[in-house]
Design a binder for this molecule. Structure first.
Ligand SMILES: C[S@@+](CC[C@H](N)C(=O)[O-])C[C@H]1O[C@@H](n2cnc3c(N)ncnc32)[C@H](O)[C@@H]1O
Length: 219
């Protein structure tokens, strides 16, 4: 139970999404068996629709884990796409590289090893879409670094922003998560009120924030 949508709604929506097969399915099974938190099926589908409808070709991801979402996005992007993903954990990084090789996507998906707060400083160029899916308590720190790399009209997608419902109500709050919850509430309020962003928070998966970068006239 995600505490975001009713179980029957989630199950119904998931039932509409075509089942994955081959190595992608094996990655889903691996993630389940090894407690690796990968995107929920409806979030994967949401990203696929965004990518295809906005002719997204260059993607930046913060938080690779085993490479599942990076590969899902690369497949949706198709020929000529580039996904750059950042991961700090050695074991996750190695597993992601292995999965990218198995799917022969080395030319399209690159994983940069290190802390995103440092790696993001060295990345060059602009991206059509940025997917933020790393340490929830640090989204505020990732934000300016991500926005620097997002083109005007580009999309920023942030995952886990409703964090098992805890962000929306104290009734679900687990005491030891209070710092993350407070930071995320502040982050959501911030991105909802920035003049340079148009933002919507959606109750799918563990909560998604979708932001579009606007051209702001500073004159
Ligand atoms: C939720 S998982 C990513 C799942 C992946 N996007 C997917 O759906 O397949 C978050 C990952 O972010 C990594 N991470 C957390 N904070 C990070 C940071 N500051 N820099 C780089 N990686 C980070 C963690 O090691 C973890 O593997």
């Amino acid at each position: 139970m995600s505490n975001i949508a009713h179980d029957y709604i989630e199950e119904y929506i998931r039932g509409l999404i075509p089942q994955k097969s081959g190595h992608i399915k094996m990655m889903e099974d691996y993630a389940k068996e090894n407690d690796v938190p990968i995107i929920h099926p409806e979030v994967a589908q949401f990203l696929r629709v965004l990518i295809k409808s906005h002719n997204v070709k260059r993607i930046l991801e913060v938080g690779t884990a085993i490479g599942y979402s990076a590969l899902i996005m690369a497949q949706a992007c198709g020929e000529g796409c580039e996904v750059v993903s950042i991961e700090r954990d050695d074991e996750m990084y190695n597993k992601a590289i292995e999965n990218i090789k198995t799917l022969k996507m080395e030319d399209n998906v690159k994983v940069l090893k290190g802390d995103a707060l440092e790696v993001l400083q060295d990345i060059e160029g602009e991206f059509d879409l940025i997917f933020l899916d790393a340490a929830k308590g640090h989204y505020d720190k990732f934000l300016p670094l991500c926005l620097k790399h997002l083109k005007i009209k580009g999309l920023l997608v942030c995952d886990n922003v409703l964090f098992r419902g805890m962000i929306a109500t104290n009734k679900l709050l687990i005491r030891r998560k209070i710092t993350i919850v407070k930071r995320m509430r502040k982050y959501l309020s911030h991105i909802s009120n920035m003049p340079e962003l148009e933002t919507v928070v959606l109750p799918i998966g563990d909560g998604i924030a979708l932001c579009c970068k606007l051209e702001v006239d500073n004159s």
